[in-house]
Every structure is written in C-alpha cells, then in structure tokens.
Write a protein that binds this ligand. Structure first.
Ligand code: DC
Length: 227
C-alpha cells in the first residue's frame, strides 16, 4: 500500500557508508524537498551517552530518555543537528559517535522517541529520509523505497575519505572493521533491525557515479508520483 496523503515519501535504507546521505541530499536539492538524516538523530543520542559517561543499558536509557532533546534545522541546504540546544553537527561525525549511535539505537525507548519525531517531521511535506528502518518501520507506505548496497572495499574507502576530511586518520582495515561491526550490530538487533523491505528496490552503487544513482532514483520516482 502506498502513502495515501498528498505529499510523497522516499525511503532510503542500507548499511553504513553505502552512499545514502549523498544520494538523499542530492535528490532533496534537485527536487527541492525535505531531507531527513535519521542517523544524525541516533548519533546525537549516542553523543549524549558518551558525554555523560553513561553505559548503554536499560536503566540509563530509562533515566535519561526524557533529558535528551534532539532537533534538526535546515539552513542553506545543510542540516544542523542540535542536542539539548547545542549545535553538535560536527561532533557527531567521529568513529566513536558512530558506534555509540549504533549502541543506543538498540533500545526500544530510543527508537520510539526518534521514530515519532521522524514521522512528525515527514507528515506534511514531500520528503526523503535515509536510515536503517525507514521503509520497514518509519514509513512502510513510502511511495518509493530504495535499499542501497555497495562492496565492502568501496564503502571503507568512502568512509575513510569522510573521516580524513574531519582530521580522523585511520587505516582502511580499521575503517572496514568498524563498518562491519556496526552493520552486524544494526542487522541483528531485536528492535527494527536493518533489513530490506520486501517492496524496496535494491540498488548496488559500487560502480555507479553519484550522478547516475541520483538520475536512476529520480526516474523511478517519476514513475510513481508527480514531481
Ligand atoms: O546512518 P548513520 O551511519 O549516521 O547511522 C548511525 C547509527 O544509527 C547506525 O549505525 C544505526 C543507527 N540508525 C538506526 O538504528 N536507525 C536509523 N534509521 C538510522 C540510524
């Protein structure tokens, strides 16, 4: 069943560093629609745990969930992430925060809170969301669902480039190991594990340019909705 409201929803899911953000951002820019980076929300929640030296357990989730306020704001095509009023946009892009995001995302209470936020943000506008559970849980009636895959080598290279830009120097082997660990954790958790929705289109970006991928997805969307 498709999304029945007037606006349309595009869901982009996949493992870490498969190119979800780049694709979703580019499409949002081209079509002038809202882009929601759901991973950034889990990252902000993970950062809260790191900064407060909290272990990832049920008790700490229970005692802190109400104290975590996450907001995304949009400014000149960029997403600004706020954690309890502080701009944490840059802070959330480290390897430590990647793992913390994955750790915190296992808990049902965290997911409930963030999924509600995501649904509210996407309910009135044409929107593209990227994450792990968009097509399966957040917007199961999305008009178009894409599940991105790419080879481990290409993903590790892409992620290392991102980390390099932020001044975090790591070997390819280290980056690959971290990606695989996080994928394993994200795919095997009990709550909303990362998996392809039955009606999602599998897209392998290993040998595709960003431009090719963007154009392919926009063509698929044109077949489904008026854009
Ligand atoms: O997309 P990302 O690498 O920024 O996501 C960071 C972590 O957040 C990811 O390892 C798992 C979690 N996440 C999630 O559980 N569900 C989402 N919709 C998005 C991210």
């Amino acid at each position: 069943m498709e999304n029945s409201s007037k606006n349309y929803v595009v869901a982009i899911d996949g493992k870490a560093a498969t190119g979800k953000s780049t694709l979703a951002k580019e499409i949002a820019k081209k079509l002038n629609i809202l882009y929601i980076d759901t991973g950034a929300m889990y990252r902000a929640a993970g950062l809260y745990f790191l900064e407060n030296n909290l272990e990832f357990n049920e008790e700490n989730i229970e005692n802190n969930i109400e104290k975590i306020d996450i907001k995304l704001k949009y400014c000149n095509n960029a997403t600004i992430v706020y954690l309890n009023g502080e701009d944490v946009t840059d802070k959330i892009r480290t390897s430590d925060v990647s793992m913390a995001a994955s750790n915190v995302s296992k808990f049902a209470k965290v997911r409930e809170k963030l999924v509600e936020l995501q649904r509210n943000m996407g309910k009135d506008d044409n929107v593209i969301l990227e994450g792990r559970d968009i097509g399966t849980v957040v917007f199961p009636n999305a008009n178009l669902k894409i599940f991105l895959v790419a080879s481990e080598d290409v993903r590790a290279l892409r992620r290392r480039k991102d980390l390099d830009k932020k001044g975090e120097v790591k070997s390819i082997e280290e980056v690959k190991e971290e990606l695989l660990k996080r994928d394993e954790q994200d795919s095997t958790r009990k709550e909303s594990p990362l998996k392809k929705a039955d009606d999602a289109i599998l897209l392998d970006t290993t040998s595709l340019t960003i431009e090719d991928t963007v154009n392919m997805v926009i063509d698929m969307l044109k077949e489904r909705v008026e854009i």
